[in-house]
Design a protein around this ligand. Structure first.
Ligand code: FAD
Length: 422
């Protein structure tokens, strides 16, 4: 093959795809519009302070992502801090699941849980056991329907916040089948799959940058700050329109977010159906509010759940990033944030801890953080009707919602589909 292969988009999906191709000996060129690799999971700077565009958490069930990190060198897994599953919503609720095989992990967790009555624990346990045993929610049903017989407190403290965190979609709109797949993946698989993994470095340094280094070491090229204006496809080559140039490639993996697909592929008739699919998507914001308190302040645990909205979780980056006193509060499915929502988040924090005066605070709102994970959402496969064009991204067909794991799984799958076509 004379011409190289192009990957458009340097998020986690594009980096996973380009890395897989480079490792298979393919001459690959990765193009990213931004100067920073990582897309929706990237490093950024606010008022001179290094942060991420949004606080992220991974699960032990993210096997593709963890495999990629391992391939980049065993030591790279030191960039993640692994903790057994633990959900604390002070002052009243705490659930700690030991690393035991399912369903013993849940049994032990619910028996010892604080803040639920015995009847509530029993209902939650029975419900989750049925789900882990393979109960498939009816097609088209929402998480609110799936959990309608659960006690209100269990939904309020456990299932619904987990749904919002995992699917970035409120329970009354979220897809029950995808939620069930997430719970099965995390709680019903290997006993380490339920672990929470917190990045210990910024999100670009966690995977996209080491991936880019390796791609280049293997002879590939990585072009940041290079927006591809259009992809044009012929019978035996693909052309990318970049500024005034139009380099040719033998094949392309398009790894942009679904909302950017249309403009890039407008003239490729073979992708009409894919564009029609993603035109149906709605998008959900995620807001992250950073608060710097005195460096001597620490939360009792690295992650706590917050109740009473708008934020659902607070992360102490002192534990994970060595940024003492810096808290990241995350509000998922954050459509219609009221004016003054950061004050409300601060009040949520002060309801559970006494951190002293705020020294600095800033928020980042990612308006189209993920697509809304609603029932029966059509998700395209990585192969397209055009033999030279492949897709990658967290929206392509797969078991999980829009997550880092969906993105990397899709990137690896897309690269393999391309390799099979050579
Ligand atoms: C605030 C926030 C919090 C989140 N929290 C979590 C979490 O805790 N756990 C979790 O697993 N997931 C989380 N997610 C979801 C996760 O970040 C995404 O699912 C994942 O990053 C998507 O990766 P991707 O590669 O599919 O897409 P993207 O990251 O969107 O990558 C696409 C890339 O293509 C580039 N691009 C677009 N157009 C062009 C063009 N014309 N030319 C060149 N390049 C182009 C973009 O700049 C971008 O870098 C969160 C997302 C957000 C926004």
């Amino acid at each position: 093959m004379t011409r190289p292969v192009a990957v458009v988009g340097g998020g986690w999906a594009g980096c996973a795809a380009a890395l897989t191709l480079a490792e298979a000996g393919v001459n690959v060129a990765l193009f990213e519009a931004s100067r920073t690799l990582g897309g929706r999971a990237r490093a950024t700077v606010l008022d001179g302070r290094p942060v991420d565009n949004g606080q992220h958490m991974l699960l032990g069930a993210y096997t593709t992502t963890l495999d990629l990190l391992n391939r980049l060198g065993g030591h790279k897994t030191d960039r993640l801090w692994r903790r057994p599953l633990r959900l604390d919503a002070p002052p009243g609720f705490s659930l700690v699941c030991p690393r035991w095989p399912a369903p013993l992990n849940l049994l032990a967790g619910f028996v010892a849980a604080r803040g639920l009555s015995w009847q509530e624990k029993w209902s939650a346990l029975q419900w989750s056991r049925r789900l882990l045993a393979g109960l498939q929610p009816p097609a088209g049903s929402t998480v609110a329907v799936l959990t309608r017989r659960q006690p209100a407190r269990v939904n309020q403290l456990l299932w619904h916040p987990l749904c919002v965190a995992a699917l970035n979609t409120p329970a009354d709109a979220a897809c029950a089948r995808t939620f069930a797949a997430v719970l099965r993946g995390a709680l019903g698989g290997h006993r380490t799959h339920s672990d929470f993994l917190l990045p210990r470095c910024d999100l670009s340094a966690l995977f996209p940058l080491p991936a880019a280094e390796r791609i280049q070491a293997l002879g590939g090229t990585v072009h940041t700050g290079q927006r591809v204006r259009a992809v044009e496809a012929g019978h035996d080559a693909v052309t990318l329109r970049i500024n005034d140039t139009a380099p040719g490639f033998s094949r392309v993996i398009i790894a942009v977010a679904p909302q950017h697909l249309h403009a890039l592929t407008e003239y490729i008739r073979e992708l009409d159906n894919v564009r029609r699919m993603v035109a149906q998507y709605t998008y959900q914001p995620i807001a992250t509010a950073y608060f710097q308190f005195d460096p001597g302040f620490r939360l009792p645990h690295p992650v706590l759940a917050l109740t009473g909205g708008p934020a659902q979780y607070v992360f102490d980056r002192g534990y994970s990033h060595g940024q003492a006193g810096l808290l990241a509060c995350v509000a998922s499915a954050a459509a219609n944030l009221p004016n003054g929502w950061i004050d409300q988040v601060e009040a949520q924090l002060r309801h559970i801890v006494s951190p002293g005066p705020v020294l600095w605070r800033r928020a980042i709102v990612e308006k189209q953080a993920t697509y809304g994970c609603v029932p029966d959402l059509p998700r395209p496969s990585v192969g397209t009707p055009h033999p030279l064009i492949f897709l990658a991204g967290d929206y392509t067909a797969g078991p999980y919602p829009a997550t880092l794991e969906s993105a990397t799984m899709s990137g690896v799958q897309s690269a393999h589909a391309l390799l099979n076509s050579l």
